[in-house]
Ligand binder design. Structure first.
Ligand SMILES: N[C@@H](CCC(=O)N[C@@H](CS)C(=O)NCC(=O)O)C(=O)O
Length: 223
């Protein structure tokens, strides 16, 4: 039987959707992309992800899976070839820990900076979380979080490598500087230049500064 593989993404390219693109590219899986307009979600998206109503949704032979990192793990288990998670149970648990830390702690901390411009405490919190990643890269001393090759931790951090810089450029609020976070900067450069990543990264976006800041303020600003 030929696998039917569909990825519901969005017209505004998302780092969460891109995680799935990277995983599929690593495994060499062919798939169809359905681009959702998030302001006018399709019935299929609402049916497949009724809880969060978000992309990405991955549909494999008619069965939907939601949440980018869950999808990445699923892809790793279903398709052989490139190991996206370590095979050793301990190493796998450690990789999951870091992917979760990046997803649930580091990324939201940076969102808050753009939603609370000028708030020194919010900025200090983002620095504190990113410093943990900086230290981890320093201790590992490898090209990627995954070692010589990317793994789920690098994929989880795609937003930090690519989208964060675009948001910083647009808003003129710089969080990750080479001086403050040399290891993250070096890692980001390596990551976006990794062939399998480069092939699926969306083009740079252009959103007016005011629109972008208003979005972050509304979603992540302190009440
Ligand atoms: N935890 C989710 C987050 C996905 C997410 O935030 N998706 C955004 C696009 S970047 C979305 O679909 N938002 C729905 C909306 O804007 O209504 C994941 O990792 O897949």
């Amino acid at each position: 039987m030929v696998d039917e593989v569909k990825l519901y993404g969005s017209t505004g390219d998302s780092p969460y959707v891109c995680r799935v693109d990277i995983a599929l590219n690593l495994k060499g899986v062919k798939y169809d992309v359905i681009k959702e307009d998030l302001k006018n979600k399709s019935d299929d998206l609402l049916k497949y992800n009724p809880i969060h109503k978000e992309v990405p949704v991955f549909v494999h032979n008619g069965k939907p899976i939601c949440d980018s990192l869950v999808i990445v793990e699923y892809i790793d288990q279903v398709w052989e070839g490139y190991p996206i998670l370590p095979v050793d149970p301990y190493d796998k648990a450690v990789a999951r820990f870091w992917a979760k830390f990046i997803d649930g702690t580091c990324i939201p901390a940076t969102f808050k900076v753009f939603g609370n411009v000028g708030d020194e405490q919010v900025l200090a919190e983002a620095y504190e979380k990113l410093q943990i990643l900086e230290n981890e890269l320093k201790v590992k001393g490898t090209k990627y979080f995954g070692g010589d090759n990317i793994n789920i931790v690098d994929i989880a951090a795609d937003y930090i490598a690519y989208w964060l810089g675009m948001i910083e450029d647009t808003t003129e609020i710089k969080i990750v500087t080479k001086d403050k976070f040399p290891k993250i900067t070096e890692w980001a450069e390596n990551f976006i230049n990794c062939q399998v990543v480069k092939e699926v990264l969306p083009p740079k976006f252009e959103v007016p500064k005011e629109e972008l800041l208003a979005y972050f303020k509304q979603r992540f600003g302190k009440a």
